[in-house]
Design a protein around this ligand. Structure first.
Ligand SMILES: [Zn+2]
Length: 148
């Protein structure tokens, strides 16, 4: 509140930051909008990779293609945030940020939904969910796999 007005101006809602696609990742984000989870696969050695990048981390080839993945994997590691490092996450603390290892091999950071952070464990089976975020972006997060 400032000294010239006794009425506080409405504060716009704080939104979570969303990824900004680049040349390497545009295809991934476009597919996610359509509900398809793609990763790059090296056409030389067959390695899947994530995040998107120009060069294969296994054989240094520049040749790759986009392939849909199962979205299934496991919790490789995780941390539980008890402090909001961005105001848009304040209402969610405590929450877990997990390193998920996809069955195809790549690892990515994501939230695991539907489980209390203190119940999460390494090796738990998870499956991807593409969640709507701001600006029409869909972000891959995970939930505990059915039957796990
Ligand atoms: Zn390769």
């Amino acid at each position: 509140m400032n000294s010239t007005s006794p009425v506080a101006k409405p504060v716009p809602p704080v939104t979570k930051p969303v990824p900004i696609p680049n040349e390497d990742s545009q295809a991934f984000w476009d597919a996610a909008k359509r509900g398809v989870f793609l990763v790059q696969q090296c056409t030389e050695c067959g390695a899947h990779r994530f995040p998107p990048q120009a060069i294969c981390t296994e054989c240094s080839s520049l040749a790759s293609e986009w392939k849909p993945v199962s979205g299934k994997g496991k919790v490789w590691s995780y941390v539980v945030f008890h402090r909001a490092y961005h105001p848009a996450f304040k209402e969610e603390i405590p929450y877990a940020v997990a390193c998920i290892e996809l069955d195809e091999g790549p690892r990515l950071l994501a939230n695991v939904r539907g489980i209390a952070p203190d119940k999460l464990r390494c090796e738990m089976r998870v499956e991807a969910i593409l969640e709507d975020a701001a600006d029409g972006v869909r972000i891959p997060n995970f939930r505990i796999a059915e039957g796990a």
